[in-house]
Design a protein around this ligand. Structure first.
Ligand code: NAD
Length: 422
C-alpha cells in the first residue's frame, strides 16, 4: 500500500497537466510545483514526561508546515499510535489545498504524537500536551502557525497547550490555537461545523441538479462528531437519512431514522450492535451499509473506507466524502467509471477549518460572533466553494476532486509566484 504522502504527491501530480497551460513561464511553474512537493518545515522531537508511577516515558512528536504562501500554517494535532512523519506531511499538504479551496487565508500544517492516549491518565495527558506545546512554541503564533484539535485531541487539550505556549511567550495569544473551549475564546458553532458544512455542500449540489431533498435517501458511515452532525442537520434540511453505522455495524430504517432515539441507545448500550438487540432496530453490517441502494453515501469515519475491493458494489449515485481520504485513488477510478459523483473531502469537510478560521478572526478582534452569524458566514463560504468547483467541472470536463484540486493548487501557485518565491 502506498504511504499517505505518496498518495498526496500522486494527487498533486495528476492535476499538473491541467494547470501547465495557465503558466506561460514554464520554469517558474516547475519551480513552484517542486516547492509544493515538500513541506517547508518538519519539526520532530522526542518528548519525555513523568508518569504517575514515577517512571519516565518518551513519545515521538512532529509538526509539519507544508506551505505558507497564502497565510499562516493551519492544521490539527493528532494523538494516535499510527502517527508518523509521513502521515503528518501528507495531512499538512491536504490542509494547504483544503484552506485554498474554501478561500481561507491559510497554508497547511499538521502535527501529531505517537501515543495511545487511552493508556495515559488525565494528568499524564496534560503533561504530554504541555510538553508538545513547549516544543512547537517557537514555531507557532497567530501569524505563523495556528494548530487545532484532530483525532483524539479536543478543546481541553487545546486549553492546556494554549496555557503552556502563553507561559513560554509571556503574553496572551488566544488566536494561536483554535478549537478552544468557549470560555477561552472558542467559537460558537464549531462542534457542528464540519457536518454542517458538508450538508451545505450537498444542498448546493441538490439545488444545482434541481432535485428535492425529501426524495433523497442517505446512508452514513460513522457516528462520531462528523457523522452524527451530518445526519442530524441533513434530516433537519429535509433529507431522508435511512442508515448510519459505528464500528460495530449499522442501523437501517427505510422510512428514515429516529436519530435522537439512536443516540440515546448508543449512549446506553455502547455500540449499535448492542443497541439494536435491546431496542429492536434493524441491524446491518458495515459492508451492507456501503452497498445500500441509496442516493447518497457519506463516508464519515475512516481513511480508505472505499477501496478497490468494495467500490464496484456501491450503488449510491453521489458520495459526499466527510472523512479525510475515505476513497482510495483506485476506488475512485471505479466509481467514476460507474458514473458515480464523488464530492471530495477537501471541499465537503472544510466546514471545520472554516469555523476555526472564524474563531481566529474573532480572537484577533477580541469579539465573539453569534451562532447565527457563524452559520450564515459558513454557508456563504461553502456555497461559493461548491459553485466555483462545479464551474470548473463543467468548463474543464474534470471530476469534482480534480476541480477542487485545480482551484486550490492554482491559488497556491499564484501566491507563490506573486510573492517572488520562485
Ligand atoms: P470520531 O472519532 O468522533 O468518530 C468516528 C466514528 O467512526 C465513530 O462513530 C466510530 O464508531 C466510527 N467508526 C470507526 N470505525 C468504523 C468502521 N469500521 N465502520 C463504521 N464506522 C466506524 O471522528 P470524527 O471527528 O467524526 O471524524 C471522522 C472523520 O472525519 C475522520 O476522517 C476525520 O479526519 C474527518 N474530519 C473530522 C473533522 C472534525 O471537525 N471532527 C474535520 C474534518 C475531517
Amino acid at each position: 500500500m502506498k504511504s499517505a504522502f505518496a498518495v498526496a504527491l500522486q494527487q498533486l501530480d495528476n492535476i499538473i497537466p491541467f494547470l501547465e497551460k495557465d503558466y506561460p513561464d514554464k520554469k517558474k511553474f516547475k519551480k513552484a510545483i517542486s516547492l509544493l512537493r515538500k513541506p517547508q518545515n518538519v519539526f520532530s522531537k522526542e518528548l519525555t514526561i513523568k508518569l504517575d508511577n514515577g517512571k519516565k516515558k518518551s513519545f515521538m512528536a512532529f509538526r509539519s508546515q507544508h506551505n505558507d504562501a497564502r497565510g499562516p500554517f493551519k492544521g490539527g494535532i493528532r494523538f494516535h499510535p499510527s502517527v508518523s512523519e509521513d502521515e503528518v506531511k501528507a495531512l499538512s499538504m491536504w490542509m494547504t489545498w483544503k484552506c485554498a479551496v474554501v478561500g481561507l487565508p491559510y497554508g497547511g500544517g499538521k502535527g501529531g504524537i505517537i501515543v495511545d492516549p487511552k493508556k495515559l491518565n488525565k494528568g499524564e495527558l496534560k503533561r504530554l500536551s504541555k510538553a508538545y506545546a513547549e516544543f512547537i512554541s517557537p514555531h507557532i503564533g497567530p501569524w505563523v502557525d495556528v494548530p487545532a484539535p484532530d483525532v483524539n485531541t479536543n478543546e481541553q487539550i487545546m486549553a492546556w497547550m494554549l496555557d503552556a505556549h502563553e507561559k513560554k511567550i509571556g503574553q496572551h495569544s488566544p488566536a494561536t490555537f483554535t478549537g478552544k473551549p468557549i470560555v477561552l475564546g472558542g467559537s460558537l458553532g464549531r462542534t457542528e461545523a464540519t457536518g454542517r458544512g458538508g450538508v451545505y455542500v450537498l444542498q448546493s449540489y441538490v439545488k444545482e441538479k434541481k432535485l428535492r431533498p425529501e426524495k433523497i435517501s442517505i446512508a452514513i458511515q460513522g457516528f462520531g462528531n462528523v457523522g452524527f452532525w451530518f445526519a442530524k442537520l441533513a434530516q433537519e434540511a429535509g433529507f431522508k437519512v435511512v442508515a448510519i453505522s459505528d464500528s460495530s455495524g449499522g442501523i437501517y430504517a427505510a422510512k428514515g431514522l429516529d436519530l435522537d432515539k439512536i443516540a440515546k441507545a448508543k449512549e446506553r448500550y455502547g455500540s449499535f450492535a448492542e443497541a439494536a438487540k435491546e431496542e429492536k432496530f434493524k441491524f446491518i453490517s458495515n459492508k451492507d451499509l456501503l452497498n445500500l441502494n441509496v442516493d447518497v453515501l457519506v463516508p464519515a469515519a475512516l481513511e480508505g473506507a472505499i477501496d478497490n475491493k468494495n467500490a464496484d458494489n456501491i450503488k449510491a449515485k453521489v458520495i459526499v466524502e466527510m472523512a479525510n481520504g475515505p476513497t482510495t485513488p483506485e476506488a475512485e477510478k471505479i466509481l467514476l467509471k460507474k458514473g458515480i459523483i464523488v464530492l471530495p473531502d477537501i471541499l465537503c469537510n472544510a466546514g471545520g477549518v472554516t469555523v476555526s478560521y472564524f474563531e481566529w478572526v474573532q480572537n484577533l478582534h477580541g469579539y465573539q460572533w453569534t451562532e447565527e452569524r457563524v452559520n450564515s458566514e459558513l454557508k456563504e463560504k461553502m456555497n461559493l466553494a461548491y459553485k466555483k468547483a462545479s464551474e470548473v467541472v463543467r468548463e474543464k470536463k474534470v471530476s469534482f476532486r480534480q476541480a477542487a484540486y485545480l482551484l486550490a493548487v492554482k491559488r497556491v501557485i499564484d501566491a507563490t509566484i506573486l510573492k517572488g518565491r520562485v
